[in-house]
Design a protein around this ligand. Sequence first.
Ligand SMILES: *[C@@H]1O[C@H](CO)[C@@H](O)[C@H](O)[C@H]1NC(C)=O
Ligand SMILES: *[C@@H]1O[C@H](CO)[C@@H](O)[C@H](O)[C@H]1NC(C)=O
Ligand SMILES: [Zn+2]
Length: 381
Amino acid sequence: MKWCAVICLLFALVACDELPLAEPCNEELCQLPDCRCSSTDIPGGLQARDTPQFVLVTVDDNINILNIVTYREIFYNRQNSNSCPSGVTFYINHEYNNYVFVNELYNQGFEIALHSITHQLPVTYWKEATEEVMAREFGDQKSQMSHFANIPYESINGMRVPFLELGGNSTYQAVANHGLLYDHTRVTIENVDPGMWPYTLDYASTQDCVIEPCPTASIPGAWVLPMITWTDTAGNPCAMVDDCSQPPPVTDEEAWFRMIVYNFERHYLGTRAPFGVYIHEWYLRIHPAVKRAIERFMDLVNNLDDAFMVNSRDVIEWVKNPVNLTEYRQQPCKTFVPTTCARQNCGPLDAEEHQPGYSYWMEACVSCPRVYPWLNNPLGL
Ligand SMILES: *[C@@H]1O[C@H](CO)[C@@H](O)[C@H](O)[C@H]1NC(C)=O
Ligand SMILES: *[C@@H]1O[C@H](CO)[C@@H](O)[C@H](O)[C@H]1NC(C)=O
Ligand SMILES: [Zn+2]
């Protein structure tokens, strides 16, 4: 045992840490619920007309006193046509985050997901991130989020890397090693029509690699939830709503609404791959016409019998066990156990090594940390 450990230490970089290379997908061996080949085929062999059209509204970055106002205004108290509450997924990073608001979002039934502790620049930090860096940025963030927002550890299932900058294998090792279900970072511009459905990394992916590096190892159990891009008025791809190079004029609500519906119809009238609306709140705050267009779009979805605005994890759960539209509509709504928040206003908190001399304030649902939580000390002990 001992000599093996020593050899592993010596050769850790070359041998013992090497992941198996993913082989071309074997449809016979790779079967739901735990394995799915990368594919544009509708899960369960369903016809498009029998398939629920899922709409994934996601929001990135920390929650604060400004953006919570927008979330309350546009997301709260929405219902799908099956009378179940509409879902939204929040990919939240730690710095300047208000955990009292995270608790509030959780108690509204929204999904709380991870977006790293530091969200730091340069983007090469994420591109080159090792398994160890990803463990500290996401594995530790899962404990941190659950602790300060007082929400169940198991309720946190997803992640998105800052700047949509995949770390290759290490991103999905973070998923597999920390009890997460999926990552929602990998962009596609080629598998858009028909769209790529979620799949696992047991076998090699056939999805286009837009932002390198993409994973090539076999990482069983890690789900890829592709970000299917929109096309703007000139046909350029946009991954996020604020990311189109030729968007409609930002004051033209009607043109924005038409662009969103045009993109939605490619999915809805096609093979019904999940349709994403990927938001940074600041863009809606400075462009009220865009915000209204998105609200109108959500109203439209909420009134369709065969489209459902859901949390991202719900899509993975459906893909694991696909049921047709009729059966989906008859399922009971998802439930969760509400949690409390003993609001604490914490600060000034010393930033210790990462920003010497700088102090932070932070709102949390549990007792205050000693120092500002950060990498290597995610609970600020
Ligand atoms: C991912 O893992 C495979 C298999 O071990 C390896 O060949 C590849 O270089 C790794 N990719 C990155 C970006 O680390
Ligand atoms: C939907 O699935 C149920 C249960 O498997 C089945 O009884 C029903 O015939 C299906 N409906 C359609 C339209 O395929
Ligand atoms: Zn971000």
